[in-house]
Design a binder for this molecule. Structure first.
Ligand SMILES: [Zn+2]
Length: 188
């Protein structure tokens, strides 16, 4: 019999209204990331995957939020750690007909991280988001400190009207797509 699969998932910041609550544009990163985490978790659990929600709601600063998230993550033995974020920096308040789109960060593009990141980007591309692809960094605390392989999803941009319009219309499909990508790579 195959071993039961398990993942950690969390929203990357404090809740709205608190310090370190993330990006704010036409939508709020903190609120939407929590929404997606809840929906993705339900879908993964429906597929028989054990899911730990490691979201932190009481950080005293961004570094405190991150340390608390990692401490929660490392309490569980999992196949993958997933951090849900939203991007900002487009400043396209009017909409130019082009989404900023999706990118997925990891320390090294290999193994399950590469597979999951690539699949998430291509599934969200099918929903209409620009595929910004997978990206490597050694500079993100979360990616550097989890025991399990870790990815950080920048779902789309909070300050681009095109992204927000598509996100608001398709948020449940986005959650489903991310969950399906994770289910696929866990069962590969
Ligand atoms: Zn963020």
């Amino acid at each position: 019999m195959e071993k039961n699969k398990a993942v950690n998932i969390h929203a990357g910041h404090n809740p709205d209204g608190k310090t370190a609550c993330g990006a704010v544009g036409l939508i709020k990163e903190s609120t939407e990331a929590r929404y997606l985490v809840k929906k993705i978790k339900e879908r993964l659990e429906d597929a028989g995957i054990t899911v730990h929600n490691c979201t932190v709601n009481n950080g005293t600063s961004q570094s405190d939020v991150l340390q608390k998230i990692v401490a929660k993550c490392n309490q569980h033995k999992v196949d993958l750690d997933i951090s849900i974020h939203f991007n900002s920096g487009r400043a396209d308040k009017k909409g130019d007909g082009k989404t900023g789109g999706t990118e997925v960060w990891m320390r090294m593009a290999d193994g399950i991280k590469k597979k999951a990141g690539t699949k998430i980007c291509s599934k969200l591309e099918k929903l209409g988001f620009t595929n910004r692809g997978i990206k490597e960094t050694k500079g993100l605390y979360f990616l550097n400190h989890t025991a399990a392989p870790a990815i950080l999803v920048e779902t789309c941009f909070v300050d681009d009207k095109d992204d927000v319009k598509l996100y608001n219309k398709e948020k449940d499909k986005i959650a489903k797509a991310v969950a399906e990508a994770i289910i696929k790579v866990l069962n590969d």
